[in-house]
Write a protein that binds this ligand. Sequence first.
Ligand SMILES: Cc1cc2nc3c(=O)[nH]c(=O)nc-3n(C[C@H](O)[C@H](O)[C@H](O)COP(=O)(O)OP(=O)(O)OC[C@H]3O[C@@H](n4cnc5c(N)ncnc54)[C@H](O)[C@@H]3O)c2cc1C
Length: 248
Amino acid sequence: MPNIKAYHRPVNLDDALSLLSRSGVNTAVVGGGTYITAHLNELVDEVVDLQALGLTEVNYSGDRLTLGAMVRLQTLVEDSQAPALLREAAHREGPNTFRHAATIGGVVAGASRESELLAALLVFEAEVQIQSKQGTKRLSLADFLRDVSTALAGGLVTAVSLATTGKTASARVGRTPADQPIVAATARLAPSGTLYLALCGVAQTPVLVDPNNVKNAINPPGDFRGSSAYRRQVAATLAQRVINEVSS
Ligand SMILES: Cc1cc2nc3c(=O)[nH]c(=O)nc-3n(C[C@H](O)[C@H](O)[C@H](O)COP(=O)(O)OP(=O)(O)OC[C@H]3O[C@@H](n4cnc5c(N)ncnc54)[C@H](O)[C@@H]3O)c2cc1C
C-alpha cells in the first residue's frame, strides 16, 4: 500500500524539477494519472502532479507538429490537422474517459509495449524533449524507448515533435477490437521515399524494425496471449500487409 506523505502541484517547470531532484525523497510524477495512480507502491513518498504546468501547446510548423507533454489524447483525436493514423492510434489507446485524462507525455514515459500510439509516433520520426536541472535535450523516440529511465535521468518529458506527412497503414491482431493488440504493425512511407516500420508486442516497448528483415530482427517474449513463435509469425504477416499498402 502506498503511504503518500505529500502531494505537490507545481505551477512552473523549475519548481517541478526542484521537487524531483531532492535527494532521499522517492517521488512519483503524475501526468494524466491513468496508469501511475493505480501503480504507486510503498516506496513512493511524495507525488508531483504536472497538471498546473501548462505544456499543452499544439504547434504546426512546416511539416512538423509539436505537442506539449500535457496534451490530452482526446485533444489529438479531435485535431483535424493531425495525421489520420495518429488520431486513430490515440483513439485506440483507451476509452473516452481515459483519453480525456491521459497525456502524450505519459504515453511516451509509460513506454507500454502494446501502445499503437507509440508505434505511430515512431514511424512519424518523433523526437522527445526532456528538461532536467542540467538543461534541455532532444532524443529520437527510438533512442528514448531503449532506456527510458536513463533518458529521463530525473527530468521530465516536456514535448514531443513529429513529422506529419507521408502515406501510412496499420494492422493488428487482438483478442477483441477494443483490446490492446497482441501484435500490431504500423508503416509510413515518408515523402523522401524512406519506409518506416514499427511493431508492437514483440519487445519490451514498440520498436522500429528493418522492413526488409522483420523475422530476423525480432525475438518476441511470449506470454499467455501469444508465444514467441506466434508473435514472430504474426508480426511478419502484418508487416508485409502494411508495407504492401503504403507501397501500392
Ligand atoms: C488497459 C490499459 C492498460 C495499460 N497498461 C499499461 C502498463 O502495463 N504499463 C504502462 O506503462 N502503460 C500502460 N498503459 C498505458 C498507460 O495508461 C499510458 O502510459 C497512459 O496513456 C499514460 O498517460 P498518463 O498521462 O495518464 O500517464 P501517468 O499515469 O500520469 O504516467 C505514466 C508514467 O509516465 C510518467 N510520466 C507521466 N508524465 C510524465 C512526464 N511529462 N515526464 C516524465 N514522466 C512522466 C509517470 O511517472 C508514470 O511512470 C495502459 C493503458 C490501458 C488503457
